[in-house]
Design a protein around this ligand. Structure first.
Ligand code: ZN
Length: 169
């Protein structure tokens, strides 16, 4: 069940995903929110570096391992524009972070890629709880799914310098 506070954090994740897209990275953004509700760290996808493990959820898990006690990690929440991939879910589980809230699910993303006829991710599409059975997750957030879909569509289908009404489909 997502709350107004959850939605506010998820909207920031979508903003970070937009920043990533504008920087030629994949459109994913994430926040780490501490036990008191403070945003401790935010990050976005950075794969245009050539390192395809530069996912924000992975970066936040490692940051949390370096900066938070096990108890603080367990009581922290990770917000993200797209559900964790198996790599990031594993990192989340290994460092013992708490609840995850995502705007769009991995299954939704896989469905969009299939619909657009573009390649799927090279790593299996699995729900977080298949990788971390004890994880507490909330999502997708119907209010934001369309915004996330639009970002992925821009990334995969492209609008090479064109604006609306440019003849693209
Ligand atoms: Zn990932």
């Amino acid at each position: 069940m997502t709350t107004e506070t959850d939605l506010r954090h998820l909207r920031r994740c979508v903003e970070l995903a937009t920043e990533a897209l504008d920087a030629h990275d994949d459109p994913f953004g994430s926040l780490l929110v501490g036990p008191e509700g403070t945003v401790l760290k935010e990050d976005r996808n950075r794969i245009s570096s050539g390192d395809h493990t530069r996912h924000p959820e992975f970066a936040l898990a490692r940051w949390a391992a370096d900066h938070l006690s096990p108890d603080e990690r367990a009581r922290s929440t990770v917000y993200t524009s797209g559900e964790h991939c198996p790599m990031c879910a594993a990192a989340h589980g290994w460092v013992g972070l708490g609840r995850i809230v995502y705007a769009a699910s991995s299954a939704q993303l896989a469905g969009w890629l299939a619909e657009w006829g573009v390649p799927q991710a090279p790593v299996a599409t699995l729900p977080i709880t298949d990788v971390v059975p004890g994880a507490v997750t909330d999502g997708p957030a119907p209010e934001l799914v369309e915004a996330v879909r639009a970002l992925h569509r821009r990334r995969r289908m492209g609008h090479a310098g064109g604006g609306p009404g440019n003849g693209g489909t």
